[in-house]
Write a protein that binds this ligand. Structure first.
Ligand SMILES: NC(=O)C1=CN([C@@H]2O[C@H](COP(=O)(O)OP(=O)(O)OC[C@H]3O[C@@H](n4cnc5c(N)ncnc54)[C@H](O)[C@@H]3O)[C@@H](O)[C@H]2O)C=CC1
Ligand SMILES: O=C(O)C(=O)Cc1ccc(O)cc1
Length: 299
């Protein structure tokens, strides 16, 4: 690719830029953003080559545009892009929710919705901004594409090839499948981690509690160090699926509360034992899968 434009040069957009550069897969990278200071920082760090000014100049002759801003920005950015999308430019995104992205593309792009190929890298961490960006964030990690019926297969392939150049393994799901899966294994855990830390922080003796919190608490709550704006947007964008998972979890908590209140040690141990075994199997599976990729799976 000669030119790639990135809207939102933070952890995800910045790591994409660094990975493409390291792979020699791109000529020029233009950064577009909300905060001038953060774009300037990305330029200083060598993540981008140019700070974009007006959108028309930024996207002129671009091969690929990546949206890597909080998901509520997808619609407004696509609307701003629409007049400047010639027949060649492919747009993709890295947002954590996918049904909302498809809907936003259809509203904002109308008959050009097919130019937008939705995607989601399953890699990241709690730190954000351009300083957190690293070139090997996506190495051996999955990227889920949720193509629209309107997409041209060649455009989907261009997006897949860009992520493969970053070392990622391409998977495909429908947007609905994607949002149900990630409500359970990503969006709910973030909500729970924020809820626990907020609850403790509001207790009168919070300082004492934090003083004695150990590494288990730190592990459990690491993701509560993530961007509140990003997680507000994800929670609202995937509201229905997240509510379903939250209700199921509350029912599980109610069962375990009853076991605890009844002194049902066998019941509690059965839950703990089942969870430990399931976690061990999961860790073994992902460790095997994230060993050097052989080839794309499930395309
Ligand atoms: N943090 C993570 O671990 C992961 C995040 N994602 C998704 O990637 C996206 C970006 O997340 P991060 O890179 O972690 O966040 P970040 O906070 O590091 O970077 C986001 C950047 O977007 C910029 N921005 C905000 N509004 C904008 C707009 N209207 N136009 C252009 N730029 C704008 C911000 O100034 C910031 O520099 C989010 O949609 C998130 O759901 C996906 C996978 C993992
Ligand atoms: O910090 C962590 O471990 C994460 O869970 C990172 C993450 C955040 C959001 C995503 O959509 C995907 C991955």
């Amino acid at each position: 690719m000669n030119k790639v434009v990135i809207f939102g040069v933070g952890l995800i957009g910045g790591s994409f830029a660094r990975a493409l550069k390291e792979a020699g897969a791109v000529g020029t990278i233009v950064g577009m953003g909300r905060s001038r200071a953060s774009l300037q920082r990305a330029l200083e760090l060598g993540i981008i080559d140019v700070v974009g000014d007006d959108i028309a100049t930024a996207v002129k002759d671009a091969d690929l545009v990546l949206l890597a801003a909080p998901v509520a920005q997808t619609g407004p950015i696509l609307e701003a892009l629409r007049p400047h999308l010639d027949a060649r430019i492919v747009v993709t995104d890295a947002g954590s929710t996918k049904s909302d992205a498809a809907a936003a593309a259809r509203v904002a792009l109308g008959d050009k919705a097919g130019r937008f190929v939705p995607g989601h890298p399953i890699a990241g961490r709690e730190s954000n901004g351009p300083d957190a960006a690293i070139p090997d964030l996506y190495r051996g990690k999955k990227v889920v594409l949720t193509p629209l019926a309107e997409n041209d297969e060649r455009d989907v392939e261009l997006v897949a090839a860009a992520w493969r150049a970053c070392g990622a393994i391409i998977h495909r799901l429908t947007a609905e499948e994607h949002d149900k899966v990630f409500a359970a294994v990503s969006h709910l855990p973030h909500l729970l981690a924020y809820a626990l830390v907020d609850d403790i922080a509001h207790k009168p003796h919070a300082e004492l509690l934090f003083q004695y919190a150990a590494s288990g608490f730190r592990d459990f709550t690491r993701i509560a160090g993530s961007s509140p704006e990003m997680w507000r947007d994800i929670s609202l964008a995937n509201q229905a699926a997240l509510l379903t998972e939250l209700d199921a979890y509350m029912a599980q908590l109610a069962r375990m509360r009853a076991q605890l209140a009844a002194g049902d040690g066998a019941g509690l141990q059965a839950v703990y034992g089942n969870a430990r075994e399931a976690r061990e199997r999961w860790i073994a599976t992902i460790e095997a899968a994230e060993a050097p990729p052989a080839q794309d799976q499930a395309e």
